[in-house]
Design a protein around this ligand. Structure first.
Ligand code: 5GP
Ligand code: MG
Length: 182
């Protein structure tokens, strides 16, 4: 049993592991249907580090063989507010030409990360880029971007667990917790 005792006092479980599992299953079903409708090759790209757990769970539920790859992006640094500056590293070896890209992030906040990455993949010749997220903090959006597949919309709270960190901690927690930081 995982211990959560190191979490700050002002936190609560927003989604339990069981609830997350249901959300991921729902997304896998929707994406499976979308894959059936395309003749092209597809590739699932995970935005590290936050989306690693989500990616692993999602691709194992998708009822079709899928190719996976990974890249890094960061905008939060050490704090709980987005810095507004997105740093992305797209490896040269990552080939998306002519493919349907499914870009996976665990949470969409300002929308800058996915906007930046979608542009970069279209410029690299992707046939399409579909945006997949487990959590959508829609009220925080600063740029025009609408994910194609959303697990669930959440209010403007800072969340950790299930891959999400606070200064590199709590990524290993099975539940998603909301934290009150002030
Ligand atoms: P965006 O570019 O949409 O502002 O930021 C997206 C990234 O910021 C997410 O992929 C995630 O890594 C980080 N992020 C956004 N909201 C939260 C949050 O509530 N908790 C944590 N731990 N990271 C977040
Ligand atoms: Mg992320």
């Amino acid at each position: 049993m995982k211990t959560t005792s190191k979490l700050p006092e002002k936190s609560e479980v927003l989604f339990s592991a069981k609830e997350i599992d249901l959300l991921v299953s729902k997304l896998a079903g929707e994406i499976g249907a979308s894959l059936k409708g395309s003749e092209r090759e597809s590739i699932f790209i995970c935005v590290l580090k936050g989306a690693w757990v989500f990616m692993a769970d999602l691709v194992r539920k998708i009822p079709a063989p899928v190719e996976v790859d990974f890249l890094r992006a960061s905008s939060y640094g050490q704090g709980t507010q987005s810095s507004g500056l997105v740093k992305v590293e797209i490896p040269h070896s990552l080939s998306v030409e002519g493919k349907d890209v499914y870009l996976l992030d665990e949470i969409v906040d300002t929308g800058r990360t996915l906007l930046e990455l979608r542009g970069a993949f279209l410029a690299k010749g992707a046939a399409s880029v579909k945006l997949v997220t487990l959590l959508d903090k829609k009220s925080r959006r600063e740029v025009e971007i609408e994910p194609d597949f959303v697990g669930v919309e959440i209010p403007d709270v800072f969340v950790v667990g299930y891959g999400l960190d606070w200064s590199e901690r709590y990524r290993d927690l099975p539940d998603i917790h909301s934290i009150i930081t002030e």
